[in-house]
Write a protein that binds this ligand. Structure first.
Ligand SMILES: [Zn+2]
Ligand SMILES: [Zn+2]
Length: 182
């Protein structure tokens, strides 16, 4: 029989104890002064966040979110992706002379459950929350658009250079913060 141990592929979406939660994610990068080798570094409007998913009843699932989309995608288990009730509610970028900062808010529905595979209960903000953020740029020399990502569990500081001309792009000195708002 497919699905989870109870035989049902997914829990009903209208769980009676479902609650709406919000998480705030902030990140900051130092960037070189804008000179003649302008690479147009920018935050891409998507992120991956680990969440405890009541639909597939697994904790710490990588959830893909894209700003402007009303639905997220949970990586599920055994590569069985499924739609998840989460969205990026805010995506605010602050660019200054030598830094760029991002503040994103993610709304998601959460309900209590027990992960039978890990034998642990779900928590509102998953036990060891983790985020991956994406940045894009365009190399003026090669005229190529490229992208890279930063994530919570990197050894810092970490610096990124252009894959074409090796121009420095950004340095991440601190992990992004993940904070439960409600
Ligand atoms: Zn799931
Ligand atoms: Zn370049």
């Amino acid at each position: 029989m497919g699905g989870d141990r109870n035989g049902a592929p997914y829990a009903p979406v209208c769980e009676s104890r479902t609650v709406l939660r919000n998480v705030e994610i902030t990140a900051e990068l130092t960037v070189p002064l804008r000179g003649e080798v302008f690479h147009n570094l920018h935050w891409q409007k998507k992120l991956d966040l680990s969440l405890d998913c009541f639909i597939c009843k697994r904790t710490g699932r990588t959830t893909h979110l894209r700003y402007g989309e009303e639905c997220a995608v949970c990586s599920g288990s055994q590569r069985a992706d499924h739609p998840a009730a989460g969205r990026v509610a805010a995506f605010d970028v602050t660019d200054e002379r030598e830094r760029t900062a991002l503040r994103a808010v993610v709304d998601y529905w959460w309900a209590p459950f027990h992960d039978t595979k890990r034998d642990e209960p779900a928590t509102v903000l998953t036990r060891a929350p983790w985020v991956r953020l994406y940045l894009g740029y365009r190399c003026p020399e090669s005229q190529q658009a490229e992208a890279f990502s930063i994530q919570s569990n990197m050894v810092r500081p970490v610096s990124q250079t252009c894959t074409h001309c090796a121009h420095p792009l950004a340095t991440s000195a601190q992990s992004p913060t993940i904070r439960l708002m409600s």
